[in-house]
Design a protein around this ligand. Structure first.
Ligand code: PAF
Length: 281
């Protein structure tokens, strides 16, 4: 596996691969890999002859009070995991190689970032779409894979790719869960054993709402309130939001005759967790 540290070197690497007629699949990550990332990588490996991953804890998507400095990092462990799933090259730049001190350009998707996590993490999605646009220009992939756990991020990237005519296919990959239902996340590493148990309330709440949805006619408010009940009876879980929105536009909706995204953000201790499920008629 090649380890590439600068945008120039990465662009040259991709140019030479492309000149051989190879298809490049790309999985951008912030490292501290888990089975969710590896699932994206295996899917990329299946879909293309060449697989590139990036590891870059992107400073521009963290707010001043967020966990950028202490975000978990373990590059050696990540490299061993990537080698095992057949990554051909990892792009792992320093922040100074990605952002010039005088850089002035942002990529901002306005609509799908308005609700859900948008108002609670000002600047977050702008940081994500800016770095992903840069990574796309640096890695030059044909396809890029993103997990549905960060559903709003996925929608923002799909919107950016459509609006800016990136010639890249975005492949969504379903959430990967632990055996007991907890959605995999690098931030799960922050949880103590007790908090790990409390965090299960998110997936249980979604499952309860999903069961209610499939049990017979109901309304959006009832689904939200079923999920809220499960979260509220779990000590240590502080709800940031539970919302049901149109799964395409991410706008609030009261209709259940099209796919609905039921999304939760909650804090367990200091750790902010998100989870979601898509309900399809
Ligand atoms: O989902 C992530 O890990 C990050 O938001 C991404 C897409 C790698 C951009 O920094």
């Amino acid at each position: 596996m090649d380890v590439i540290r600068t945008p120039d070197e990465m662009q040259q690497w991709s140019d030479s691969v492309r000149s051989l007629g190879e298809k490049i699949a790309f999985v951008p990550t912030m490292g501290f890999l888990h089975e969710g990332h590896l699932t994206l990588m295996r899917e990329g490996r299946r879909r293309a002859g060449v697989l590139v991953a990036s590891i870059f804890v992107n400073p521009t998507q963290f707010g001043p009070a967020e966990d950028f400095a202490c975000y978990p990092r373990d590059f050696e462990r990540d490299c061993a995991m990537m080698e095992a799933v057949g990554v051909d090259a990892v792009f792992a730049p320093e922040p100074s190689a990605m952002y010039a001190p005088d850089s002035q350009t942002w990529v901002e998707v306005t609509g799908v970032t308005k609700g859900l996590c948008g108002p609670l993490r000002p600047g977050h999605f702008r940081g994500v779409t800016t770095v992903v646009a840069k990574l796309f220009n640096i890695v030059k992939p044909h396809i890029a894979l993103f997990g549905e756990k960060d559903f709003q991020q996925l929608r923002a990237i799909q919107r950016m790719v459509a609006d800016l005519n990136f010639d890249i296919e975005i492949v969504p990959v379903p959430i990967v869960r632990e055996k007991d239902g907890l959605a995999m996340s690098s931030r799960n590493a922050y949880l103590s054993p007790d908090q790990r148990q409390q965090a299960l309330a998110l997936s249980l709440a979604l499952r309860a709402a999903r069961d209610r949805y499939h049990a017979g006619p109901c309304c959006v408010e009832e689904l939200v309130s079923v999920a809220k009940c499960v979260l509220r009876r779990t000590p240590g879980v502080e709800i940031e939001y539970i919302e049901a929105v149109d799964a395409g536009t991410l706008e609030r909706t009261s209709s259940l005759d099209h796919p609905i995204l039921l999304a939760i953000a909650a804090r367990v201790g200091k750790t902010r967790l998100i989870d979601n499920t898509v309900l399809k008629p």
